[in-house]
Design a protein around this ligand. Structure first.
Ligand code: ADP
Ligand code: ASP
Ligand code: MG
Length: 416
């Protein structure tokens, strides 16, 4: 007997038929004698609609009320799955974030999980053989008692946090692809499924654009040593042997990966904007004058490139911010113009960041240099570069994203 968390994303619970399919997956594991906690997302499209309604009601709105609205999607799917399970003769009960509770910070809209109480769930596994159906994405702030949400894609994080809290043997993330691929399989048809990927690599893939897992879920998994397994919810539930290893990807420690490639995967993100500050004074304190106000405004700055000044007096500085923060960032900088002192501010939102990831880069030189040459041959211009121990990222024109990803995918032998 094992204790399992089974998480199902939006497309997996998109309608009643799919919820029935999910229930059959759950039934299979229960019949195999396992203790099961299920975490569900809102039905596909629901959260987007709720977010749109908030914006329509008022473009600037209280984040506490945003959470009150958007958390409701998961309440519906949790209740529907519990009803479906009961109708199939399986003991089940739904749980909202505040009922468990899943305690979070008060950062409404992107709250962090502080603590999950799994005691009641375990008691019910033992006493009633009851399946817990938990609404993902939501929690509660202990002091105010208000509902919080964990940021888009947050049900993954709910699942891993519940797995840690109940000491689950495995956290299965059922989704609309059958594992983690070398790059987004919807964009590159030659993408290959990975049997295993190290936490650190998955962390980079997720934070650099692969939305198959929310970044925070990977962090939590790494800290609490949760065995995360990404697999498909669209396989025929009854044809799966609950005791055999199904197709999917294990997120695990680096030491568990025997055949290590130099490059493991490629991520990309079009949600980037570039800002260039022209002819800014080249003197101490200027970077602080620029990035201080951006940090105060809660804007995350990513790639930073500063030219060496030619005349010793002024220089150009380029960096990226999330596309959603572009207008706000230029507003902040123009507001601080007198203090910073620059000639001109240029920006572009039609840019994309392509990142190459692999723990093997630690021990191999010249990995990035190969990419520069290959992209140059396709006449793809690189606007900015950043590197770290296990990844490098390139900023390019958004039009070339797919071409660049495919080129790099072949270059690093990731094609079949
Ligand atoms: P869910 O609703 O189940 O949470 P998501 O849409 O959040 O599912 O995440 C799954 C999607 O992630 C896939 O459909 C795929 O397009 C995308 N994706 C991006 N990069 C990858 C990758 N490297 N491997 C697998 N899927 C990826
Ligand atoms: N329903 C939420 C979203 O769409 C959370 C999730 O699906 O993980 O972002
Ligand atoms: Mg998701």
């Amino acid at each position: 007997m094992a204790r399992l968390v089974m998480k199902f994303g939006g497309t997996s619970v998109a309608d009643i038929d799919r919820i029935r399919n999910v229930a059959r997956h759950v039934k299979r594991e229960v019949a195999a004698g396992h203790e099961v906690a299920v975490v569900v997302s809102a039905m596909a499209g629901t959260t987007n609609r709720l977010v749109d309604w908030c914006r329509e009601a008022a473009s600037l709105h209280d984040a506490r009320e945003y959470d009150a609205v958007v958390a409701s999607g998961e309440q519906i799917s949790a209740g529907l799955l519990a009803i479906t399970l009961e109708s199939m003769g399986i003991n089940a009960r739904s749980w909202q974030g505040w009922q468990l509770p899943i305690r979070t910070s008060d950062a409404h809209g992107s709250a962090r999980i502080l603590e999950v109480n799994g005691a009641e769930l375990i008691k019910r596994f033992k006493e009633r053989g009851e399946v817990a159906v938990i609404a993902g994405f939501q929690g509660v702030h202990a002091e105010t008692g208000r509902i919080t949400t964990l940021g888009r894609g947050g049900s993954d994080t709910s699942a891993v946090a519940v797995a840690a809290a109940i000491g689950a043997d495995r956290c299965d993330i059922y989704t609309d692809v059958d594992g983690v691929y070398t790059t987004d399989p919807r964009v590159v048809s030659k993408a290959r499924r990975l049997d295993k990927i190290a936490y650190e690599e998955m962390l980079e893939l997720a934070s650099l654009g692969a939305k198959v897992l929310q970044v925070r879920s990977v962090e939590l998994g790494m800290v609490h040593n949760v065995r995360i397994f990404v697999r498909s919810s669209f396989d025929e539930p009854d044809s799966i042997d609950p005791h055999a290893a199904p197709p999917g990807t294990f997120i695990c420690g680096e030491e568990e990966i025997v055949e290590q490639q130099v490059v493991t995967g490629i991520a990309f993100s079009k949600d980037e904007a570039q800002i260039s500050i022209r002819r800014v004074a080249d003197k101490p304190g200027v970077a602080a004058a620029i990035f201080g106000p951006l940090a105060d405004a809660g804007i995350n700055v990513d790639m930073i490139v500063q030219n060496v000044s030619a005349d010793g007096a002024t220089t150009d500085l380029t960096f990226t911010v999330p596309a959603a923060d572009y207008e706000r960032a230029t507003g902040v900088l123009n507001g601080a113009r007198a203090k910073i002192g620059f000639e001109r501010l240029d920006g572009a939102t039609d840019v994309a960041k392509v990142s190459v990831i692999g723990v093997g880069m630690r021990s191999h030189a010249g990995v990035a240099a190969k990419a520069f040459k290959a992209l140059a041959e396709h006449r793809i211009n690189i606007r900015a570069i950043t590197t770290s121990e296990i990844k490098f990222s390139l900023l390019i024109d958004a039009n070339y994203t797919e071409l660049a990803v495919r080129t790099l995918h072949s270059l690093y032998d990731l094609d079949k």
